[in-house]
Design a protein around this ligand. Sequence first.
Ligand code: E4P
Length: 216
Amino acid sequence: MKFFIDTANIQHIQEADSMGILDGVTTNPSLIAKEGIKDYKAHYKTICNILGKRPVSAEVIATDTEGMIREGSDLASISENIVVKIPLTKNGIKAIQYFAKQGIKTNCTLCFSATQALLAAKAGAVYISPFIGRLDDISHEGMQLIEQIRTIYDNYDFETQILAASIRHPVHVLQSALVGADVATMPFSVIEQLFHHPLTDIGLEKFLADHKKNSQ
Ligand code: E4P
């Protein structure tokens, strides 16, 4: 399973990259706003330079198909690794189909049902982003959505990659891997949590103490 970081924070991207486990970046308008970024094109360029050839999702703001196509084409011109992120609406699906024909990669976002995911795959999205945390927030089983999409995509050999999004904690990462999500995008805090286990800390402390005793 690929690991993407879900942030527009350069320091967090650099630090996750230095861990050697980073496969890509996803952003959204809220994450861009959180960092107070105004020159978003320059910011995406900076992220793309850090990532090399790895994918960076940049989201359109327009909600009409023509606007999405205009904005998405502009975003795609920033760098080859830009993946145009488009919301799962009727207009969005039309724009995804347009970009698929142009060979421009898309990430279809704000997916909350398996039938929506089927539409995105048929339109030729490279990634589908089901938001599991936001479904859990309203007492739905977010992970069931990933399972359903996996079954449907496997039934029909769709190549669209399932990008588990809106991840809140390490158990979401574990479950995403178990049900066969292709990618999990997560905040920096969750990436950090994945490294920790109290038995690792206790075990290491004991090994070092025993080594010290033996060297005296
Ligand atoms: C996906 O690409 C989104 O940026 C993201 O995962 C949304 O997460 P949230 O529900 O924590 O805002």
